[in-house]
Design a protein around this ligand. Sequence first.
Ligand code: FE
Length: 203
Amino acid sequence: MSQHCPHRLSDFVADLSALLDRTRDEAAILREGAALLADLVGQDDWLPEAQSQPDPARYQQYLLHRDPAGRFSVVSFVWGPGQATPVHDHTVWGLVGVLRGAEISQAYVRSEDGLKAAGSVHRLEPGQVEAVSPTIGDIHRVANAFDDRTSISIHVYGADIGAVRRSTYDADGRPKTFISGYADVPPPLLFDRASALAYGAAE
Ligand code: FE
């Protein structure tokens, strides 16, 4: 899918910034942020090719935008066929919206006997959004719903997620620290209104 509407990402970033200027209440951020993200992933016409590329070895996390104040980051999560995360946490609020393909998600809670599945496995279709956070449930395992094609979801986190020290969990619930980093950190992707006007590419 080609990138017809790069302004969608910059509009999303502007709207999320305005939301975070207005409130620090996590429930409000997750509720209103989910609506903004649903709008963003409701149209598959804006993600650049470079941030849409799967890797045969593992799922990719491309940084799309990092808030200059460090309040949030936006990541394109690209799943090759059959790829899945380990069980992991985030330590900050997060929103996951499916842009292309579909994703399968299972939440977990830690208990004395290890990890326990919380609720049932569910499937997210394009345009659908789900939330995680230490308050509402922060541990999950996510996978591409397809074993024969790429899926892509857009994730938003309440920090520069690639730099956050967090954990994966083994079957016994034992945590292991990891820092995800990013597959690639591109130059700023915000829509360049000046160039677009100068070259007649947009309004
Ligand atoms: Fe996650």
